[in-house]
Design a binder for this molecule. Structure first.
Ligand SMILES: [Zn+2]
Length: 200
């Protein structure tokens, strides 16, 4: 891959032009040649993805109720408060077992975020939800589990595609995550530093 052509970049400190040769690009750094400057410029091709990519996505995944797989609950970007209460972003039916429902009104919070370095959606879950009045967490009565392991209060853990989330020890949901198509992602790539292919 020795297609590198000698090129000019703008010094990150003094703003004057510096000649970059293949050896500099290979090393990944170049010291500014101008008198009175001399700082080392980073030539690595760093990039991230613009979070605006999430605005156009058709889906952020869903939870499938395992006792009746036709029942699905869509997730949205950001925090999803899951429970039987009216104010929940993911409002679950009052599933009853021998006449009792074990899911709290605000049972747990599943948050979807965007990792700008990998371009992937990330999912994490915690028991309870933030109380709007007191601005503190209120936990569920009967607890939340991931793949059969109870979450500790105050614990925030990552969840992945196919993970089973159990609410109140009785109702199981399978997480289906969403992925961003690579061609879509590519159009939101942001170069952060020197890229010889794009410098004249
Ligand atoms: Zn300089």
């Amino acid at each position: 891959m020795n297609t590198f052509k000698t090129t000019l970049i703008t010094c990150q400190q003094c703003g004057r032009r510096i000649m970059v040769r293949a050896a500099d690009a290979e090393r990944g750094t170049i010291a500014c040649s101008h008198i009175g400057c001399g700082i080392v410029n980073n030539l690595r091709t760093d990039f991230h993805y613009d979070e605006a990519v999430v605005n156009g996505l058709p889906s952020f995944g869903s939870l499938t109720y395992l006792e009746n797989p036709e029942t699905k609950f869509d997730l949205r970007f950001g925090p999803n408060v899951i429970g039987t209460g009216n104010l929940c972003t993911v409002r679950i039916d009052r599933f009853e077992h021998d006449g009792r429902c074990f899911i709290s009104r605000q049972h747990c919070t599943l948050t979807v975020t965007f990792d700008k370095w990998t371009g992937k959606l990330r999912y994490h879950i915690q028991d309870g939800a933030l109380d709007a009045d007191t601005q503190s967490m209120r936990y569920s009565l009967n607890g939340t589990m991931r793949n059969g392991t109870p979450l500790l209060k105050t614990e925030i853990i990552d969840v992945s595609d196919g993970d089973i989330i159990t609410l109140g020890g009785a109702d199981r949901f399978r997480l289906t995550t969403a992925t961003i198509p690579l061609p879509t992602l590519a159009t939101y790539k942001v170069d952060l530093a020197f890229n010889p292919d794009r410098t004249q």
